[in-house]
Ligand binder design. Structure first.
Ligand SMILES: Cc1cc2nc3c(=O)[nH]c(=O)nc-3n(C[C@H](O)[C@H](O)[C@H](O)COP(=O)(O)O)c2cc1C
Length: 347
């Protein structure tokens, strides 16, 4: 049994999110109460062929443990080799295999969710990776390819028989992308069908959500993705709710600004690209942190051009000075959350 499921603990996982859950964001979520984390997905071929460009995806800091590195690919033997290379570099606590990615670039090469349509290949991928390494291997899957072929229970049994030690289930099909709702009935069926821990995933954004899904299903943990992107305090809020039954107040504007500043200041020295490029790549991240904030539309407008920390300080000071009038603008504006997975790594 993976130790983080011992003694009736009910771990909250930070979901792997490509382009989001990098080493800096993971340390923020860890501080705010996430128990287990998984890196964004990493191409097994990238690890084997272009490790100079891929290696930083598997980077992590010790306090982030227990941490898994997530691999995608379609050749179990090659993925096993990549997993061994990663273990040599970084000794993660587990390897996680991606059976859920809907992105064409991955699916067209039989990786990610494509394997849900080919159970013999899926079993061989899982078996080969588990055979290749001496640390636990887990899997993350969607509930099926499309609504006509929801096969999560069968797939979960196959994964259990192939040596997976836990399975995270995102309750959507590949065809759904991020539309509609996660199907927690299917997640519940999976949790009843296998003995290994099942981690439920999809549309969780509060402690109440966690409590409800925990009560309705036999899942052993919950994984949170997009809600953490906009509100990384969700882990702290959820834990507080689970222990006290009371809702913590949402993060204040000052707490959000502190977090934005810290996120940028942590990201810049970690990068070789310099402040200008890092701040450009922080634009969406900063916008995400403004979701549901009164006057958030004003901030998103300003963050969409940001290029320096000094500019961030100016925008925040300006906002605080004009807060009352900006409040009238409400929280309106385009939903800042990016809901697509993209692969920018070498494959
Ligand atoms: C921007 C983005 C990137 C993602 N990247 C990955 C990934 O690298 N690996 C993976 O298994 N799932 C990935 N996902 C899916 C999430 O891990 C999660 O399953 C999904 O967002 C549903 O959970 P949520 O409703 O809590 O967001 C990604 C999702 C988003 C929004």
């Amino acid at each position: 049994m993976l130790p983080w499921f011992n003694n009736d603990t009910f771990p909250l996982y930070l979901a792997p999110m490509a382009g989001v859950t990098d080493v800096v964001f993971r340390s923020i979520c860890k501080e705010l109460g996430a128990d287990v984390m998984v890196t964004e997905f990493v191409s097994a071929e990238g690890i084997l062929q272009r490790d100079d460009r891929t290696r930083h995806y598997v980077d992590f800091d010790e306090p982030q443990r227990p941490l898994g590195v997530q691999l995608f690919g379609s050749d179990g033997v090659r993925m096993g080799e990549a997993a061994r290379k990663i273990i040599d570099w970084k000794q993660p606590d587990f390897i996680d295999i991606n059976f859920g990615c809907p992105v064409n670039k991955v699916v067209s090469k039989n990786g990610g969710s494509s394997l849900l349509r080919d159970c013999p290949l899926l079993a061989s991928v899982a078996r080969e990776v588990a055979k290749a390494v001496s640390i636990p291997v887990t899997a993350k899957m969607r509930i099926g390819w499309d609504s006509q072929s929801v096969n999560a229970v069968d797939v979960a049994r196959i994964l259990e028989d192939s040596g997976m030690q836990a399975i995270a289930v995102h309750g959507r099909t590949k065809a759904q992308g991020y539309s509609g709702h996660a199907d927690w009935d299917v997640i519940a069926q999976v949790a009843d069908a296998v003995k290994i821990p099942v981690i439920g995933n999809g549309d969780i954004s509060s402690g109440l959500d966690v409590e409800v899904r925990r009560a309705q299903t036999n899942v052993s943990g919950i994984m949170i993705g997009r809600a953490a992107m906009t509100n990384p305090w969700v882990f702290r809020e959820a834990k507080h709710y689970l222990t006290t039954g009371e809702h913590l107040p949402s993060a204040t504007v000052e707490q959000r600004f502190d977090l934005m500043r810290r996120h940028c200041l942590m990201a810049i020295p970690r990068s070789t690209r310099g402040e200008f490029e890092v701040m450009r790549s922080m634009r969406t991240r900063l916008m995400n942190y403004t979701k549901n904030l009164q006057g958030g539309k004003f901030l998103r407008g300003r963050f969409s051009h940001i290029t320096s920390v000094m500019e961030l300080e100016d925008i925040m000071a300006d906002f605080l000075a004009r807060k009352d009038s900006l409040h009238d603008l409400g929280t309106a504006g385009a939903d800042p959350v990016e809901e697509t997975e993209s692969v920018s790594q070498p494959e």
